[in-house]
Design a protein. Structure first.
Length: 64
């Protein structure tokens, strides 16, 4: 009987935390859970052989 009660309690706790794990971001205006925004991609910077910043498409430029 104890093991059955323990199993039911465990399943109840796991079922209650599933929505929080699915969408951890909350919209501040509405208070609803929403899909989390992705981080913007970093702009790559390149340097030439002399160590000066250059456009990444030029010859000899390597990303930093």
């Amino acid at each position: 009987m104890r093991s059955l009660t323990l199993a039911v309690a465990t399943l109840t706790l796991l079922a209650g935390t599933a929505p929080a794990l699915a969408a951890p971001c909350k919209d501040p205006r509405t208070g609803k859970f929403v899909k989390c925004p992705t981080a913007p991609a970093k702009a790559t910077k390149c340097k030439n052989a002399k160590g000066q910043f250059a456009k990444c498409g030029t010859a000899g430029a390597k990303p930093v």
